[in-house]
Design a protein around this ligand. Structure first.
Ligand SMILES: [Zn+2]
Length: 334
């Protein structure tokens, strides 16, 4: 196995698939690395690029490997969402100019390695016209080209694009792997445990943040949940959530875990299984106040809001709709 693959934890099936392609010299021309953020998709894409450009299938030490890692290899291009040129504060997307650039480089021969590799990070954020342009490259891929799309939500890509990529699935890390990684980065065991749970195995997110920040975001989400409903619209106006899809998704995730924990308690589950185990008293209070059916209904409402968000409903509307359906007394002031 490529030495670099061994540094990535908890993604054995995905890495085995890539390793088989390398060993058999049957690397496809396009892959979609699908899975939640912070579980190793980007690391795996770089390791795969290194394995393709290194003479020893990714030793991690040679000049090619080091230049890929540093972003300096002439045959490995990483494309990330960027704001519009005329408006640096605008929403970052993968834009048609970027896809045209990929087309341009893909049409040329590799400069030194056996392939030209293009990694499109956060491909969920591709614009419709950029996706159409990308489809052309995928339909007639230039020789010796490898395209890797990193994507969280496959519905964000047109099916025509997706069907031309080999799917590689990445999963949230299991608790032992998450704890080991957080421990290696210096988290004490209790903090690591809570972080791993609150970030649901998305260790990259846990590593980028600290426990206070995660708890702060949870407190902000629960505070919205507790607001008397006549004051809700005003608070949402202040929070300016119209464009912040990521934050609304995080809030919905918080609500999901909160009600899931309450349901777990109400059903007699082991408190050690709770995500929000540091808020046991509040969860007991919620579980005692709402009947089981209401907790299940709350989860349905939250899931629906999450699907609406994925289907490009305005983030604020999706959140407001969910909060109005969740009774405010169901919350506990943060
Ligand atoms: Zn190497």
């Amino acid at each position: 196995m490529s030495a670099l693959f061994q540094t990535i934890r908890g993604q054995d099936p995905a890495l085995a698939l890539l390793q088989r392609a390398l060993t058999a010299d049957r690397v496809a021309h396009a892959y979609a690395f699908v899975g939640p953020a912070g579980v190793g998709r980007r690391l795996a894409a770089l390791a795969f690029a290194q394995a393709c450009l290194c003479r020893q299938q990714g030793c991690g030490a040679c000049s090619a490997c080091r230049r890929v890692a540093a972003g300096h290899h002439p045959d490995c291009h990483v494309v990330a969402p960027a704001p519009p040129k005329e408006n640096p504060k605008g929403t970052p997307s993968i834009r048609i100019e970027q896809v045209r650039e990929i087309e341009h480089w893909a049409a040329l021969a590799p400069l030194e390695g056996p392939r030209k590799i293009f990694i499109v990070d956060d491909a969920d954020r591709i614009t419709r016209e950029a996706a159409q342009a990308l489809l052309k490259t995928l339909e007639e891929p230039p020789p010796r080209t490898l395209l890797i799309l990193i994507v969280a939500n496959v519905r964000a890509l047109p099916p025509t694009v997706l069907s031309r990529c080999q799917l590689v699935r990445f999963r949230p890390l299991g608790e032992p792997d998450a704890l080991a990684l957080l421990g290696e980065r210096g988290s004490d065991p209790a903090t690591a445990r809570l972080l791993a749970r609150l970030c649901r195995g998305q260790v990259g997110l846990a590593l980028e943040t600290d426990l206070a920040e995660v708890q702060g975001r949870r407190a902000a989400a629960l505070e919205l949940l507790a607001i008397p409903r006549p004051r809700l619209a005003g608070r949402l106006d202040e929070a300016r959530l119209d464009r912040d899809r990521g934050l609304v998704a995080a809030y919905l995730e918080t609500y999901w875990l909160w009600y899931r924990d309450a349901l777990c308690l109400a059903a007699g589950g082991d408190p050690a299984l709770l995500v929000n185990e540091d808020r046991l008293e509040d969860l007991h209070a919620l579980a005692a106040r709402l009947p089981l059916a209401a907790l299940v209904e709350a989860l349905r409402v939250i899931k629906e809001a999450r699907l609406a968000l994925d289907a490009n409903v305005n983030p604020r509307l999706a959140l407001e709709h969910a909060l109005l359906a969740l009774e405010p007394a169901g919350a506990v002031a943060a």
